[in-house]
Design a binder for this molecule. Sequence first.
Ligand code: ADP
Ligand code: ZN
Ligand code: ZN
Length: 828
Amino acid sequence: MLINDDIELFKTEPTHFAQVILPFATPKPYTFHIPDEWVEQVKFGIRVEVQFGTGRDLYAAVVIAVNDKKPDHKTKPILQVIDSEPIISTTQLAFWEWLASYYACTLGEVMNAALPTNMKLSSETRIVLNPDHDQDFSGLDDKEYLVAEALTIQKELTIDQIQKILGQKTVYPIVNRLLMYDILDIKEELQYRFKPKMVSCVRLKEPYRSDPSVLGAAFDLVKNSEKQTNAMLAFVQLQRQEKRIRTSEVCAKANIDLSVLRAIEKKGIWEIFESEISRVGGYEDDLIASFELSDQQTKAIYEIKKNFETKNVTLLHGVTGSGKTRVYTELIEAELLRGGQVLYLIPEIALTTQIINRLQKIFGEKIAVYHSKLNGNERVELWQQTLAGKPIILGVRSSLFLPFKNLTLIIVDEEHDSSFKQQDPSPRYNARDAAIFLASLTKAKVLLGTATPSVETYFNAQQQKYGLVEMTERFGGLQLPEIEIVDSRTELKNKTMVGNFTSRLVAEMKSAVGRGEQIILFQNRRGYAPTMSCTTCGWTSECRNCDVSLTYHKFANTLNCHYCGYTIRLPKECPACGATTLNIKGFGTERIEDELKIHLPEARVGRLDLDTARTKTAHSKIINDFEERQIDVLVGTQMVTKGLDFENVGLVGVLSADNLLKFPDFRASERAFQLLLQVSGRAGRKNKQGKVIIQAFDVKNLILQDVQKNDFSNFFKREILERKNFIYPPFYRLIGINIKHKKPDVLRDASKIFTKILKERLGERVQGPAVPLVERVNTYYILNYLIKMERDVSKLTFAKQIIQEATYQLNHTEGYSNVRVLVDVDPY
Ligand code: ADP
Ligand code: ZN
Ligand code: ZN
């Protein structure tokens, strides 16, 4: 097959060339020539099929420029044209180019992140039939039919196999058409189809549903049956607390079985129906009108609009429960009236089903939801809807890449959230920051909303780079929760602490349960950086040079500093009090769950962490069970802090604030403050002030004091000073670098060369190499660097250039060609 191309090369001197982005990390766009037959069709933004590399691998590449300038290298031809219309705009390309340059990666990597899988055909692509298609192939042409039919016999096909079936080399246009017809889908490694989980529920029929006063008549209809009467009574009671009532609940409460409910259904009093557990899928109720705005909200909206007259970005700093969502919906409505398009960014879709539900109830079909669990076809569909001008897109960070038609407003909800930062793979972008750049391209405004602003954002607001609008009160005049800091050390000494629980927390839990209120218990993230502490005196191991805890490294049996590399052997006794009660591991949510059985034997306990919430359905089921009061106590990690609004939570308990405050990162204080305030914000939202208990050894910690007083301003004042003194963001920019190799000794030697080049050019700004928390990931050993650069754009560009050069030199030194270098600009 290749021979044909080569012959073609000699036939005529090519005169038309196209620069394309290939879907992998080539340093620059690559040039192909355009055979005469395609000259008319090849234009900016369309995909073409090309062969690249020494193998037979074919790729779909995006054309970004067409010209007649012959490049220095010998060119290969474009083999096929896939699209007739551009799939990206010049704005999107400008956005991609900025990302590649700012986050120090290639356009190919950005394109890979940006395009839906179904638009990224390559030799590795495997094709499957779309299970949702009815398999009616009547409209297909011969070749399309051959492929579709082959797939009814074989589960999946590679591009190779399709080439054989069709007896031709270029097959992407055919595959692409079949994808567009929804007949095919691309198989992804972790393909996950979201099937909403259904539960059986019961609801009254009319007229009983909307008119409770006629319910007496319904009771008359069942008065001859004690069981049916009990069922109805149970239902009425449940209805006081819950909106959606499960058949299982009614049965349990009335001690009857489903046949009784069915009998009542036959009498036309109620109906049994299947209800979706997750609210992501759609809205089951009718649209509702927005609530009336409170004075505080009206004022905030006025101020936001005013700020937008002179500023492109405004921060809405509103305490938990102040009703920020209502402010967003008002602004969205105004934007839609003007014909604009709105992007509503949220950190993680799974954590925010409640927001989706609320917005869908107001905006119905006008809103589309974009998240990582959509399948290939659904993503392409959303892509096309966006292009067609869908008014509102609610989505996670990758929705920034959608082809907006007229983007005029971006709302970044929970702007402080670290999930906005993509960790892997490249581009390691922060969606909040990228949103601000994207908005500058489309002349859109950006509203950043949060109860706990990031230090960077608040600093920008203070410097008047961003507008600042504050809402200091909870909606409806509700009080912020009362926060009590409980001294674990004293309780430990007095032996009143049982397991992980202080007697104070246990007492509060008991009385909350007694009042019929629910409880959230927060414990730090699973796999939390293990540090060493003394259970007698509370001592923790700290670095000699840096204000961080040393972290435990199991392989080497040492305690290391994550930043400067300082290392000590594991002590056998506490350096402070001499006791041998040194403890390494933190405690997990699982253990908490067990201990709860002792303290609150009757309570129904649910656990929400990475283990239990591996899939989105599992996650929403737990949230849903809690919301519907099937669970009394929800024990969870970071996940319970985010975007959840439960009406009946009377008590929030933080089991140990200490390791949160000691996390080895310059953002530790900021994170701790945000997290504690966010988790506290889950307490007491509907009509009652909530209570928060924070257990800690170090009760005098200043952050805890700020949290207790809900004093962001004081926290910020102290934190910004520290950042300035220790030259951290927002005063300096950070660039993180990872170098990786499978052999630790090769890596160590490589790091010497790398360090030398970096330090020669960047001097003291370079910190490292340091051994990271997890020394070996995916069979690769890792070393970290951290570069602190002045904020200057030119300085930052210079640093990236030096890193690039150092990488080049390293990879061109014998023995180190496969040492991998990963760059992370603005690590988070
Ligand atoms: P935030 O996101 O600022 O923490 P929410 O938007 O979740 O706050 O609002 C807190 C609660 O107040 C929610 O239950 C919400 O339905 C209610 N709420 C907010 N604004 C209004 C309003 N204008 N009218 C009625 N209820 C409101
Ligand atoms: Zn250190
Ligand atoms: Zn001690």
